[in-house]
Design a protein around this ligand. Structure first.
Ligand code: SF4
Length: 590
């Protein structure tokens, strides 16, 4: 039935695997064989896709699958101690399945709940605000094998925590109002309005949205596609979660506005696996919009304006936030970034012209349709029109969502969210920039501090080396492995940071980190690899004492004791003479 529902379509492979896993909790080998045969793909291809995504399992997991969010902000709130406590109470080791198959407990990358952490996912449902009392209760519920539907509903309550509203979050729009305004202008008139707005992509890169739309519109292929990138995987960001939770109509309306401009007939919302719990309510919004004639054939009575949206789930791969990796994933493949050109606007989903926009970017287009491009461009700075949503977390009194006109200073934001004794702010997530106190007059804007929205605050008690080390571990884990500089470079970087942490670091290691930075920046295939050293380089420049106090010597220090490692070999060969010891050779100069 599952395969029939997807029409035996190879491009639905990832969705088929996700749904097949829902049946048994994991993907046994015969299931992969069956799927491969049914959709006529080589079994190796199916296995390759299944092996790529961290939320797809090739071995049994517990009937209760608990994943603790492991962003640095979760760690600051004590997630590791809570995880250890749950493991002890349920007699299970981390990353293992309990002997009775009841439960498995592990960590996962940031789950987008940094404003209400520490957090976890249990069978895909999110629970925030963990503490020892709640962990005790969860352990008891699991021991009693209570279905999630019978767990206290307040566990699953996810707050929006909107602390500051500006143009977008103040917008009270009836579904269809922005669309009607754009349709009244005609396709060309609407695109002209978008051009006047100077809207730039809110996903981080800041590309001009109207230029993207015009390129797709001018592409010769008739069938065009609009994709909303809701794969919000950057550690520390959660604004898209809030927009999808409370303003889904704005997001879907924005997708339809894009379709009107470019002439697209199909759309996808690519929803990160960590936000799967939002899917039922998003499907309900889509159903409502279809019933209201805002999706489907002849939208708003306009002949030839046919457009509908499907939701596709991701499965725990950060790299799929990169637009070409996302398209690969949408086509049911491993999320490996494509070589560009050609660009998605001419050759995107299944080779069709495709517009890929961020959730916030699309929501903002409703403002432009309603108020006009010039009014939109009047807010913000010269190169950064409009407002920006920030996801604020870490050491402050009021974490949550803050919307500001571009140009707001870091100092003002820190004051508004009740931060004190701030040592550093990581803006833009792990791949972003770490700002020290002397930079707090800098401004959020593409021309100064660009960001997709993450804003993590660290006060004077935090060790910035540990912050950087956590991000480096994150990148090493999330590298897709496609290109050698990133696959090996991120692992080496992790090794250097661990070596420093273990007290074996030397000054030469810091120079090697610099060298790795250049290698990753120049030779990586996509932004993940080139950004991976950023947190280390930034903190090394601005918080060097955090590194230097970990150096045991200024000279070369091996990562481990080679002579001790040879002990077993000496024993096997029954040798323990001076010549069999490394140190003797070195001292002899041999
Ligand atoms: Fe994959 Fe890293 Fe290469 Fe990007 S840079 S393609 S994430 S291996």
């Amino acid at each position: 039935a599952l395969l029939r529902r997807h029409g035996h379509d190879p491009s639905a492979l990832l969705q088929i695997l996700i749904e097949a896993q829902d049946i048994d909790g994991w993907l046994p080998a015969p299931t992969l064989t069956q799927i491969a045969a049914a959709i006529k793909l080589p079994r190796a291809r199916v296995e390759g896709v299944a092996g790529f995504y961290s939320f797809l399992y090739d071995r049994p997991v517990g009937r209760y699958r608990v994943l603790f969010s492991d962003n640095i902000t979760d760690r600051m709130l004590g997630n590791r101690a809570l995880m250890d406590a749950l493991c002890r109470k349920l007699w299970v080791e981390p990353d293992k399945v309990s002997e009775d198959g009841l439960v498995s407990i592990a960590t996962t990358s940031c789950t987008g709940l940094c404003d209400q952490g520490p957090a976890l996912l249990v069978n895909g449902r999110a629970i925030g605000q963990l503490n020892h009392r709640r962990i005790n209760e969860i352990a008891e519920l699991i021991r009693q094998q209570r279905p999630l539907e019978q767990w206290p509903t307040e566990y699953f309550q996810i707050d929006d925590n909107i602390r500051r509203r500006d143009a977008l979050l103040q917008l009270d729009m009836l579904p269809g109002a922005a669309l009607a305004a754009a349709v009244a202008r005609g396709r060309e008139g609407w695109l002209a309005e978008m051009q006047a707005s100077n809207l730039r992509g809110r996903g981080g890169a800041g590309f001009a949205t109207a230029v993207k739309w015009a390129s797709a519109r001018n592409a010769t292929e008739v069938r065009k596609v609009v994709v909303c990138n809701a794969d919000e995987g950057e550690p520390g960001t959660f604004k898209d979660r809030v927009l999808l939770n409370t303003c889904a109509d704005l997001v879907f309306e924005g997708m339809t506005l894009a379709a009107w401009a470019v002439g697209a007939d199909s759309g996808f919302l690519y929803l990160r696996g960590e936000y799967r719990y939002l899917r039922p309510q998003l499907e309900a919004v889509l159903a409502r919009r279809r019933a209201a004639g805002l999706l489907g054939k002849g939208i708003l009575g306009e002949a030839g304006f046919d457009f509908d949206i499907a939701i596709h789930l991701g499965a725990g791969a950060y790299v799929c936030g990169e637009e070409t990796a996302l398209l690969e994933s949408l086509e049911g493949k491993r999320g490996t970034p494509r070589i560009r050109p050609p660009f998605p606007v001419t050759h995107g989903y299944l080779g069709r012209p495709t517009v890929v926009n961020n959730v916030e970017t699309l929501a903002k287009t409703c403002l432009i349709a309603l108020e006009g491009g010039t009014a939109f461009a009047a807010t913000g700075t010269a190169q950064s029109a409009g407002t920006k949503l920030l996801s604020i977390s870490g050491d402050c009194a009021a974490p949550g969502i803050y919307e500001y006109p571009f140009g707001v200073s870091i100092a003002r934001i820190l004051e508004d969210c009740g931060a004190s004794d701030t040592q550093a702010v990581q803006v833009g997530g792990a791949a972003g920039i770490c700002l020290a106190a002397y930079e707090f007059q800098r401004r959020i804007a593409y021309e100064d501090v660009p960001t997709a929205g993450a804003f993590m605050i660290f006060d004077g008690s935090r060790d910035l080396f540990e912050v950087a080390r956590a991000f480096v571990h994150f990148f090493a884990h999330e590298s897709c492995g496609f290109c050698t500089p990133c696959r090996v470079g991120t692992a080496l970087l992790k090794g250097f940071m661990d070596k420093l942490n273990d007290g074996h670091g030397a000054k030469a290691d810091l120079a090697d980190i610099d060298w790795l930075d250049r290698l990753l920046k120049n030779a990586s295939h996509c932004g993940l690899g080139s950004a991976a050293p950023n947190p280390v380089i930034d903190t090394l420049q601005k918080f060097r004492p955090a590194y230097e106090r970990r150096l045991v010597s200024l000279d070369f220090e091996p990562a481990f004791d080679l002579d001790a490692a040879l002990a077993e070999a000496r024993q096997l060969t029954a040798r323990d003479d001076p010549g069999a010891h490394l140190q003797t050779h070195e001292e002899d100069g041999r």
